[in-house]
Design a protein around this ligand. Structure first.
Ligand code: GNR
Ligand code: NI
Length: 178
């Protein structure tokens, strides 16, 4: 197992749409193990492969207080939702910012487990929020996309100031003529 580096907003790689997994093999199981280790280390309650720059439809969650209820989802599809709930969300890819987001209250999700076996899970409360948040990552979507443009811009600027990275235009481009 290994810790993997988590991409931070506004890194454009967080906008990639992840591809379905064709076969759940040892590579995918290694990815699942690394996602779980990275999630527990953070600590977080979920992590999507997109966040560690692997653009495959794989995510993990564990919302238990004891960190003893890991779930891995390969090729997850939310096939039913009902009602709404509001909850303050955070994201390991948007460190330090927390905002209220409206999500479905109840969901039913189909996926493959780490053995490639199909399963269905129903979820509500925080678990349902977390699964929806992670499924969004696989489609290149972040919780900040649900906020006003003003709030999103404020978060983006603060994160860019905190950790200038490749998503910023190079200094030469900023300093250039014209
Ligand atoms: O650790 C996390 N906490 C959290 C809290 C409320 C709603 C969603 C989450 S997921 C987040 C980890 C993460 O960024 N997963 O993608
Ligand atoms: Ni997240």
């Amino acid at each position: 197992m290994a810790l993997r580096q988590v991409l931070h907003y506004p890194d454009s790689r967080l906008r990639n749409k992840a591809k379905p997994v064709a076969v759940v093999d040892d590579d995918i199981r290694r990815l699942i193990d690394d996602l779980l280790e990275t999630m527990y280390d953070a600590p977080g309650i979920g992590l999507a492969a997109t966040q560690v720059n692997v653009h495959k439809r794989v995510l993990v969650v564990d919302v238990s207080a004891e960190h003893d209820q890991p779930h891995a989802f390969v090729n997850p599809v939310i096939e039913f939702t009902e009602g709404t709930q509001e909850r303050e969300e955070g994201c390991l890819s948007v460190p330090g910012f927390y905002e209220t987001v409206e999500r479905a209250a109840h969901i039913r999700v189909n996926a493959l487990d780490r053995d490639g076996k199909a399963f269905t899970m129903t979820a509500e409360g925080l678990l349902a929020v977390c699964i929806q948040h992670e499924c969004d990552h696989l489609d290149g979507k972040l919780f900040v996309d649900y906020l006003s443009g003003l709030k999103r811009q404020r978060i983006k600027k603060k994160l860019q100031k905190r950790a200038p990275d490749s998503s910023r235009r190079p200094a030469v481009a900023r300093a250039g003529r014209g």
